[in-house]
Write a new protein. Structure first.
Length: 346
């Protein structure tokens, strides 16, 4: 929703004034040389981090890893690779193995790496690169694992055993994400969080546009009686598969979708993952986004995937067109769309 949400200092979003000063400083040093949007944003973030003392810097790559602007840390405390799947193929390669090679570019010599569960093709590539760098791997299913309990909580087993409440985020995949975070803590030297702090973290974790229910705002107020409005930014086949698992459990109310996506993603392939769990879909173009898939094309992709679909001129019109009493409306397909929804809903 806002440019400055990319950078967080001591748990709080960087202020507009501080970010403006940092960008001006970066521009002065750059002296008009060519630089991309992401590069100068990353430079400003690093400058902000350099000025703000911290125990831990959590740094997320932008695209891929090997050639990413963030990948300049020579000796990170630990690196993390979450499940690799097809995404951004026009930049990273057409196969899971090719993409895994780019992701493995963040591995560093003699530094530990947490590896979430991978397809075998990706696992082989990552392990090969780790051997070349003498990087110790901490792999899901080997050095660490998570198992769900009947009460919804889970047990993490790594260098220590932890019995924790369920993550506040919805979806089976969030247990794996939680496990990767705990495994990273296992690999950090001289930095320990106790079970009480970790339980508090699981209960309080927030992630906008990841199976987020919207409880108030104009879009919610436009819903009929007992209808719910949900928002998710999944936009690739793996995200669609994770979404399908959540939707499979939504059998107490009918589900309808509002869908918008960028032209650079495969809309039909994404929608094939979730086609059996939605009664109807309204396709929209992401507002104010030049690379948005047109509403008609979004609807056609849904129809090609075997869904009943139509095009809508706006987010509000789309929500109203599919919402029924005692139903769930899920808006999905793009984090850019999610930002516009949160903006429009206040």
């Amino acid at each position: 929703m806002r440019f400055h949400e990319r950078i967080r200092l001591a748990g709080k979003l960087i202020t507009e004034a501080k970010l403006s000063d940092l960008l001006e400083e970066c521009e002065r040093v750059n002296k008009g040389q060519p630089i991309t949007f992401f590069e100068i944003t990353t430079a400003a973030a690093f400058l902000a981090f350099a000025y703000e003392p911290a125990d831990i810097l959590l740094l997320e790559v932008g695209l891929g890893g090997r050639f990413d602007a963030t990948n300049v840390i020579d000796s990170p405390a630990v690196t993390i690779i979450t499940p690799v799947s097809l995404d951004h193929q026009h930049f990273l390669g057409e196969t899971v193995g090719a993409i895994a090679f780019e992701k493995a570019g963040i591995l560093k010599t003699a530094r530990p790496a947490v590896i979430a569960a991978q397809a075998q093709e990706a696992q082989t590539v990552i392990e090969t690169r780790a051997r070349e760098l003498n990087a110790a791997l901490f792999r899901e299913g080997k050095e660490w694992n998570v198992s769900r309990k009947a009460d919804g909580g889970f047990v993490y087993r790594g260098k220590r055993k932890l019995d924790l409440p369920p993550p506040a985020l919805l979806g089976d995949h969030q247990y794996g994400n939680a496990g990767a975070a705990l495994a990273a803590l296992d690999c950090l030297e001289g930095f320990t969080l106790g079970p009480e702090a970790l339980a508090k973290g699981m209960k309080g974790v927030e992630w906008p546009a990841r199976m987020q229910r919207l409880y108030k705002g104009p879009l919610v107020e436009a819903l009929p009686r007992n209808a719910e409005l949900w928002l998710d930014g999944a936009h690739n086949p793996a995200g669609g598969a994770a979404l399908a698992k959540v939707l499979a459990g939504w059998n107490d109310k009918p589900t309808c979708l509002v869908f918008g996506m960028l032209k650079t993603h495969d809309a039909e392939l994404f929608l094939r993952q979730i086609r059996g769990f939605a009664e109807e879909l309204a396709g929209i173009a992401i507002p104010r986004e030049v690379n948005a898939l047109p509403a008609e094309a979004a609807a056609q992709a849904a129809q090609a995937a075997g869904m009943r679909a139509h095009a809508s001129p706006s987010i509000e019109a789309a929500v109203k067109s599919v919402a029924k009493p005692n139903s769930r409306v899920l808006i999905c397909g793009s984090l850019y769309l999610a930002g516009r929804v949160l903006e429009e809903n206040g």
